[in-house]
Write a protein that binds this ligand. Structure first.
Ligand code: GLV
Ligand code: MN
Ligand code: MN
Length: 441
């Protein structure tokens, strides 16, 4: 085990980001795909996602970064270091959103990374290791499941051909949409493992604000299980069909939604579950629904409990199919076990926040993040800042500008510490480090 990485104590220790500049970029990006209420709609690989990509890539070029796009559309921009023989330190997140997204989910992590780069540039500070800022394709998975698809491919957890063949909720093929928006790049996947990865993100939950704490040093991400459930019954006349003779897909779907709540109560503790989409066909007032399609999102910090929830739900679904005389098929669309972050990176975030004078708490993440995929290939950690009223995946998502600035300052000094030659060197000693943008030989 290496020594803990220490926050820097030299002249760079005085360095701080420019919060106003960070907020300006966040505001400009929020105009792309803006929707009523202050949020954004930038579903992955739509025109709005493309327009947002163009804005961020232009900023990357303005900062003099070396910009690479890989075969799944991940964009990685690098500021060189003094030691090109060493693997870069990477930060980043995503700029796609759910249909009713907030303006900080993901974008904060990307634009805080650019703010760190601009701060270093203006101060004339160079680093041993290069620093890379990435945005990954389709983090939300709202259009093309699973979530974190681009970072999963980057980390080698899903092969690129399979990912390109993913069919979205609108019937589109991911690879066709990627080509259509011009973001199928020449660089291979999986990508080269960075020396370390750090993602700053809004908490998206109520914990930090309720406790009056500025920074979360994220310890882990809970496991995620998504399934799409299709119910097939028989559509029939709402007035003439006796209740005992119905094959009512709508009623079966409603019972499944209630069963999800019962499963959560039975598993208890940290189990959460959501039916976020429910569609009936033909979806008319006087027709018994012949078909229903619904989604279930189950999450738990404990893998065994998550598996128990899945099993209890499968049992309930089988009972409902039999009771209601309908056929039910379940298809897994995402399944990720809980992830623990690297203790040294967690400690560095914690230590850095304290050194900068911010209150800090160690905490797990309820949401999924690109960092959980990068954790497969390098020491990884995350920095959280408070979300007002715990709202996210909601147009009213808000974080106080002072908290955004604080999170970016913690990112700056965490990256500075990790970009010194020797930090975490034992883990990085995995043979000659590939540089970002290196092509397959
Ligand atoms: C990603 O935002 C997720 O947690 O669903
Ligand atoms: Mn996010
Ligand atoms: Mn999100």
């Amino acid at each position: 085990m290496a020594e803990p990485v220490r926050a820097r104590s030299d002249a760079a220790a005085e360095l701080r980001v420019d919060g106003a500049r960070l907020l300006d970029r966040l505001t400009d990006l929020a105009a792309v795909g803006a929707i009523d209420g202050g949020g954004v709609c930038r579903l992955a690989l739509t025109e709005h996602d493309r327009d947002a990509r163009e804005v961020v890539v232009a900023w990357m070029h303005d900062l003099g970064l070396d910009v690479h796009i890989d075969a799944i559309g991940n964009v990685i921009a690098t500021r060189g270091g003094r030691r090109p023989d060493l693997a870069p330190v990477m930060c980043g997140s995503h700029i796609d959103s759910v249909r009713t997204g907030g303006k900080y989910d993901g974008t904060f992590g990307v634009l805080a990374g650019l703010e760190v780069i601009e701060t270093l540039e203006r101060a004339g500070i160079s680093t041993d290791r290069a620093i890379a800022v990435a945005f990954f394709t389709d983090e939300e998975g709202a259009r093309f499941p699973p979530d974190m698809l681009g970072s999963l491919v980057y980390a080698g957890g899903l092969d690129v051909e399979t990912a390109l063949d993913t069919i979205g909720i609108d019937g589109a093929r991911l690879g066709d949409e990627l080509a259509r928006i011009g973001y199928g790049g020449p660089f291979p996947c999986p990508g080269p493992p960075p020396h370390a990865f750090v993602e700053v993100h809004v908490e998206q939950g109520p914990v930090l604000e309720a406790a009056g704490i500025t920074i979360g040093a994220v310890t882990s991400v809970q496991g995620i299980s998504w399934q799409e459930i299709s119910v097939t019954g028989q559509s029939n006349h709402a007035g003439t069909t006796p209740m005992s003779m119905r094959h009512d897909a709508g009623h079966a779907a409603a019972r499944i939604a209630v069963a999800v709540r019962e499963v959560i109560a039975a598993v208890g503790r940290h189990q959460v579950g959501t039916v976020g989409s429910l569609r009936l066909q033909p979806d008319l007032v006087n027709v018994v629904a012949g078909r229903a399609t619904l989604t279930v999102d189950l999450r738990n910090t404990d893998e065994a409990e998550l598996r128990r929830a899945e099993e209890l739900l499968a049992d309930a679904v089988a009972t409902i199919a039999s009771d209601e005389h309908v056929e039910i098929e379940s298809r897994s669309t995402a399944r990720f076990e809980p992830v623990e972050f690297d203790e040294r990176v967690i400690a560095l975030v914690d230590d850095t926040a304290r050194t900068l004078g911010y209150s800090v708490r160690r905490m797990p993440s309820g949401a999924g993040h690109d960092a959980q995929m990068l954790a497969r290939v390098c020491p990884t950690g995350m920095i959280f800042v408070p979300s007002h009223k715990g709202l996210s995946h909601n147009v009213a998502e808000h974080t106080d500008p002072a908290d955004l600035e604080a999170g970016a300052n913690v990112l700056l000094h965490t990256l500075l510490a990790l970009s010194t030659e020797s930090a975490l060197l034992d883990d990085a000693d995995r043979g000659a480090p590939a540089q970002i943008g290196e092509r397959e030989s």
